[in-house]
Design a protein around this ligand. Structure first.
Ligand code: PLP
Length: 467
């Protein structure tokens, strides 16, 4: 790995970062005291920081570097396209070759009649598009009262005002006037934390039927769509019980509600198929995509839309678009990423070899005294930390206290694993090898041991009283 000759001392970079850079989803004052970790280069599944540490990135950046770091083919694709046509817009009846090819390729890959793509530069923007598109669809069909969109608590659909409103993160809603009107939330299918005495299958049905109850409460004539991630990601990798999605699908069909599958994480191989909708056997009208579409090498996202919705929207003018919708360089990089994913059979290898291997090892983490359930689909998984497995108890300390301790131990053992509350989550690059999976599990176990020692030392190994 070539180090930049100009690399400044870590402390100096941290001070300059703290002075001028406002970080997303970060407590500014705390970061200022501690200093940000500075990542300088990366290759495959490995990051290098400004102190020369080699860190195993079990989060694929932010769930996005599916193909792994350092692929020269993507660099070359970007350079070629920048020389040929660095930018042109797709507004007002113009187009260009990379956007034509990418839209066509996505239509081939997407299941069913999801044959049309509206581009954006991120998942947030794409979900803003979806919000307006589903309402416009019903207006153009002469049913303007169908406006409400139902989502779920603890869902993540982005950080703009529209997509943040669709999401169900209460901490986000508390800041800056969200959610916007006509967005409604039902409970998530998180059996470990919320399933009580029900079996997972009973609980899955119960949670899905909250959708039916909400539709009846609002009146089906007032509901435009239901949006959900096939597997919740940022909410803590919540894998729903098997009974959940078939019941959701039945309800959407019965009441003529559009189904939006937010595939921003689940798409492009994360669950072992091209799309999470295939893994979960659901038939959405719209899929949100971003992240793995370009493996994060450039920002690009979009909405893959079914024939019926695209036809109705196309019958008039949809007054919506982004300067960078279908950016030619981002499209060229995404195309090259998709080509490599296919040609190198990366998703097949995940499904048939590495994901089953990871699943076995990951589920064995439940042998650890502080680990309750372990859930994993393809290359996204989570473990629930608990002071008492038998009762599936939460910790008495504020949610996230123990998770944070565990994440810090992971960091110091050169493993990137995130915490969401007191769940630890992974989402490694799809190209992770069996040897690297062994390293991941070894470092996770070491970190769990160290975290538990610290939790006991601080007197935090205490169960909350169940309500
Ligand atoms: C990350 C994410 C988004 C938002 O994507 P951005 O590119 O960060 O705007 C939307 N939905 C899901 C499921 C995500 O994980």
């Amino acid at each position: 790995m070539v180090q930049s000759p100009n690399l400044l001392p870590t402390a100096e970079l941290q001070a300059r970062d703290a002075a001028h850079h406002m970080h997303p989803f970060t407590h500014g004052a705390e970061l200022g005291k501690k200093g940000a970790r500075i990542i300088t280069s990366a290759d495959g599944c490995w990051l290098t920081d400004s102190d020369g540490n080699r860190i195993l990135d079990a989060m694929a950046g932010l769930w996005c570097v599916n193909i792994g770091y350092g692929r020269q083919e993507l660099v070359d694709a970007a350079a070629r396209q920048m020389q040929e046509l660095p930018f042109y817009n797709t507004f007002f009846q113009t187009t260009h070759v990379p956007v034509i090819e990418l839209a066509e390729r996505l239509a081939q890959l997407a299941p069913g009649d999801l044959n049309h793509v509206f581009f954006a530069s991120s998942g947030s923007e794409a979900n803003d598009t979806n919000l307006r598109m589903v309402r416009t669809y019903w207006e153009m069909k002469g049913q303007p009262s169908k406006k409400a969109i139902i989502s779920r608590w603890n869902a993540y659909h982005g950080s703009s005002v529209g997509s943040g409103s669709l999401g169900g993160m209460k901490g986000m809603h508390a800041q800056g006037g969200m959610p916007i009107p006509d967005i409604h939330h039902i409970d998530q299918p998180n059996w470990w934390s919320e399933g009580g005495d029900m079996t997972p299958e009973e609980f899955g049905i119960e949670r899905a039927q909250q959708l039916e109850a909400k539709i009846k409460e609002l009146g089906a004539d007032n509901v435009a769509a239901f949006i959900a991630e096939p597997v919740q990601g940022a909410g803590g990798v919540i894998v729903p019980p098997d009974s959940y999605w078939p019941e959701i699908q039945r309800i959407c069909d019965k009441y003529d509600i559009l189904l939006i599958a937010d595939e921003v994480i689940c798409g492009f191989g994360r669950t072992g198929n091209w799309f999470g909708s295939q893994t979960m056997n659901i038939k959405p009208h719209i899929m949100t995509i971003a992240k793995g579409l370009s493996s994060g090498y450039l920002p690009i996202g979009g909405s893959i839309v079914c024939d019926e919705v695209a036809e109705v929207i196309g019958s008039g003018e949809f007054n919506h678009g982004y300067t960078y919708s279908g950016h030619p360089v981002a499209c060229a990089v995404a195309l090259e990423n998709l080509r490599l994913l296919e040609e190198e059979q990366i998703i097949d290898t995940v499904r048939t070899e590495t994901a089953p291997y990871l699943k076995e090892k990951f589920e064995s983490l439940t042998d650890h005294p502080m680990v309750g359930e372990a859930k994993i689909v393809g290359m996204m998984g989570s473990i629930a930390l608990t002071p008492d497995k038998a009762t599936r108890a939460a910790f008495a300390s504020e949610a996230g206290t123990v998770g944070y301790i565990c994440r810090e131990r992971c960091f110091s053992n050169n493993l990137i694993m995130r915490h969401v509350g007191d769940r630890m989550i992974i989402s490694p690059p799809l190209v992770i090898s069996k040897g690297e999976i062994d390293t991941l599990i070894e470092r996770a176990l070491l970190s769990l041991d160290e975290a538990m020692a610290e939790v006991e030392k601080q007197g935090l190994m205490v169960a909350a009283t169940r309500n």
